[in-house]
Design a protein around this ligand. Structure first.
Ligand SMILES: Cc1cc2nc3c(=O)[nH]c(=O)nc-3n(C[C@H](O)[C@H](O)[C@H](O)COP(=O)(O)OP(=O)(O)OC[C@H]3O[C@@H](n4cnc5c(N)ncnc54)[C@H](O)[C@@H]3O)c2cc1C
Length: 239
């Protein structure tokens, strides 16, 4: 769905540029370029930023396509720690890779149940409003932070973890739409689509996974204040 024209300078993952191409050679080069001071050391502070190519590792597209393994990344992360020291940044990178593993484990444990309307919960089946869902997909809900995120996703196939949480929460908790439709939309858009991580995160946000909390609603006003106080991100995507 994405074309050469999408890989414009605004993209958080400009995949048509040489450095972001598919395959093992690019994957390993990128792995090394992120495992260079100061990026891993800053990861904990920067990972929630909405825009920027060094704010998080951007390993996911290569992991999703199998160009590099989590095991290999982990080994190189350990080598980095031995050479440059460990800190909360390197710890959190490892911890996030564990989330990825956790969702694989969840699939081994529960299989098809993770794709049922209720997920693992006893909550009622989700409602769904096709018109609201269509507005969400095209970035026209009227909630600026959500619309910016959905337009970034449609234009580039990538958006930060924070933005994924904000837009997923909005679909499920504010528009009362079916979380599985959201997961399917992400599947059709993401350059790093990974079935376990995607399904697992949607279950988590909608409160239908193993998290004891009944859903994770992200307040759009608070998220805007915390992560885009000056409106830079919104300006880029709503212009
Ligand atoms: C609703 C929703 C849907 C998602 N769908 C996908 C998907 O289809 N494919 C995908 O790879 N990730 C998905 N994620 C997880 C996460 O957003 C991305 O892995 C991350 O943003 C990729 O950027 P990065 O490589 O810079 O991550 P970093 O923050 O640098 O993390 C390093 C690596 O850890 C793993 N990781 C980080 N956060 C998560 C997480 N929450 N769950 C599982 N693994 C994680 C990824 O492999 C990532 O490459 C989803 C998150 C949400 C909230």
């Amino acid at each position: 769905a994405h074309t050469e024209a999408d890989a414009h300078p605004r993209s958080n993952f400009p995949y048509t540029q040489a450095a972001c191409r598919g395959g093992e050679t690019s994957a390993l080069a990128h792995l090394q370029s992120y495992l260079t001071p100061p990026w891993p050391d800053r990861y904990k502070q920067s990972r929630n930023a909405l825009q920027g190519q060094h704010t998080s590792s951007h390993w996911s597209p290569w992991l999703a396509t199998g160009a590099v393994s989590a095991r290999r990344i982990w080994a190189q992360l350990q080598a980095y720690e031995q050479q440059h020291g460990s800190n909360d940044g390197t710890y959190w990178l490892w911890f996030e890779l564990l989330w990825r593993d956790n969702f694989r484990m969840l699939h081994l444990q529960h299989g098809p149940q993770l794709y049922a309307a209720r997920g693992l919960s006893n909550l009622p089946k989700p409602s769904h409003f096709p018109k609201d869902f269509a507005r969400w997909c095209s970035g026209q809900t009227g909630e600026p932070i959500v619309d910016a995120g959905m337009r970034e996703l449609a234009a580039t196939g990538f958006t930060s973890n924070r933005m994924r949480q904000i837009v997923a929460s909005f679909l499920v908790h504010d528009l009362s739409c079916d979380w599985r439709a959201g997961a399917a939309w992400f599947e059709s858009q993401l350059v790093d689509f990974d079935v376990q991580s995607n399904q697992g995160n949607w279950l988590y946000v909608s409160g239908r996974g193993t998290d004891p909390r009944v859903g994770r609603r992200f307040n759009p006003a608070k998220q805007t204040q915390d992560h885009d106080p000056q409106g830079r991100y919104r300006q880029v995507w709503l212009a």
